[in-house]
Design a protein around this ligand. Structure first.
Ligand code: FE2
Length: 435
């Protein structure tokens, strides 16, 4: 007897009419047209069943703090950092936990079940670290929260940051972070990369650094990150986040850099919603997009994910935990409009970030965790186009969220009373409500 059988599903790789059988929180079989007794059966009606969304780059200590203590007037990265500095002394653990848990609720509703969040370690009290470790423990039954020790004010620039970062790792934070472009000089940035990668190598930790988050075409920290990764044998364990300066770098230099990054098996996280709003702020016109070179990095064989980065915080006033919104913005900013590239944008918020996080048991295959999202779309491209409704979200075989299908009811003569945004006949029909 199965616990759950999902039938007639379309999978992200294009297989149709697929059944997914679940027992004991794991997927035990995936094949077409399976019928077997189960405690719960769901007809997916030919719609998309995907592994859950994964966000490889977020700031859960700042989320939902928009307007505290004031709004970012210029909208720039540097005013955001200054504003966060004003807010930090006012933070309480209770408020941090409450906001983070609220965001995790939003995430679950959108089928986002794994998040890598940076947590600022530059406050000597490590309040945010304690709060997010508590949140990680509380959400563990339904959401994987991976934490990065992030020295927001610079690990060399802020006098206690390195000691705090090591304390945070000892408390249970998973990943070593950094922000070399915020150190005082390019040389200090390179030194910070070396020190932090050596720390990660000593402690067997993954690395994820905010790196070259500027429009400076001469910023060179990702080169240092690739070099240290290769020197210390950290291949496949290091992520460069943002890398927005690559947008502005000289093309010849990038042709050399891509090979160095591929040699080190670096991963990359672009944050399209944030990059498109924060970068290019010193430009008149033409104004640069600022997002890193996503298609070229992927073509060089690197894992490139799209992250959300911020939701309603000092740096970004919008957002809702919807990784399809993130993918849609990434698709537009990178001009990834071919069929293959649009599918790649869906992978950039699902399977690729799952690899970057080293998430165990991720995927729609036998033996994987029974975690998946049922979308009101027939394929990944339609899911991005519609930012499709999450009809159901399952974690370890248990449905933990569902949303009614999106329908529009028209009051127009000679037109049907109901319209679907999916042009062909497949999918939920007028008046139907998927179970
Ligand atoms: Fe960030």
């Amino acid at each position: 007897m199965l616990d759950l059988l999902v039938t007639n599903a379309t999978l992200p790789d294009g297989r149709r009419g697929m059944s997914v059988a679940v027992r004991g929180g794991r997927i035990v079989e995936v094949r077409p047209g399976l019928s077997a007794p189960a405690h719960d059966t769901v007809d997916a009606q030919g719609l998309l069943l995907s592994p859950p969304f994964v966000d490889a780059h977020f700031h859960m200590d700042a989320t939902l703090s928009y307007g505290l203590p004031r709004v970012n007037q210029s909208g720039t990265l540097l005013e955001g950092i200054a504003l966060w500095g004003e807010l930090k002394p006012q933070l309480t653990q209770e408020a941090l936990v409450e906001r983070a848990l609220a965001y995790c609720d939003w995430a679950v509703a959108k089928g986002l079940l794994a998040i890598r969040s940076h947590v600022d370690v530059c406050d000597d009290r490590l309040l945010a670290v304690e709060a997010l470790l508590e949140v990680k423990r509380r959400v563990a039954p339904y959401l994987d929260l991976q934490l990065v020790a992030f020295p927001q004010d610079g690990v060399l620039r802020a006098p206690t940051a390195m000691a705090n970062l090591e304390r945070a790792l000892a408390m249970g934070v998973d990943v070593v972070g950094g922000i070399p472009h915020f150190e005082r000089t390019m040389a200090h940035g390179a030194e910070s990369v070396r020190l932090l990668c050596e720390l990660a190598a000593r402690q067997g930790k993954l690395v994820d650094m905010h790196c070259d988050e500027s429009d400076d075409p001469l910023s060179r920290h990702v080169e240092a990150l690739a070099f240290e990764t290769q020197r210390l044998g950290l291949h496949g364990r290091v992520t460069g986040s943002h890398l927005t300066s690559m947008h502005s770098m000289d093309n010849y230099y990038v042709s050399k850099l891509l090979a160095l990054m591929a040699e080190a098996r670096l991963s990359v996280v672009a944050n399209p919603l944030i990059n498109i709003t924060l970068q290019g702020r010193h430009d008149s016109y033409p104004r640069r997009r600022g997002m890193t070179r996503v298609p070229e990095l992927a073509a060089a064989g690197l894992d490139v994910a799209f992250g959300h980065d911020c939701v309603m915080d000092p740096w970004y006033s919008l957002g809702s935990g919807d990784m399809l919104e993130v993918a849609q913005m990434g698709l537009h900013v990178a001009q990834m409009t071919s069929q293959a590239a649009m599918r790649q944008c869906f992978d950039a918020v699902t399977s690729v970030p799952a690899r970057i996080l080293h998430l165990p048991g991720y995927g729609l295959a036998e033996g994987c965790h029974a975690d998946f999202v049922w979308l009101q779309a027939r394929d990944p491209i339609e899911a991005i186009r519609l930012r499709a409704t999450r009809l159901g979200v399952w974690r370890r075989g248990r449905r933990i969220a569902h949303t009614a299908p999106a329908t529009a009811h028209l009051a127009l003569e000679h037109r049907p009373a109901f319209t679907s945004f999916m042009p062909a006949a497949a999918g939920p029909q007028a008046g139907q409500t998927p179970a």
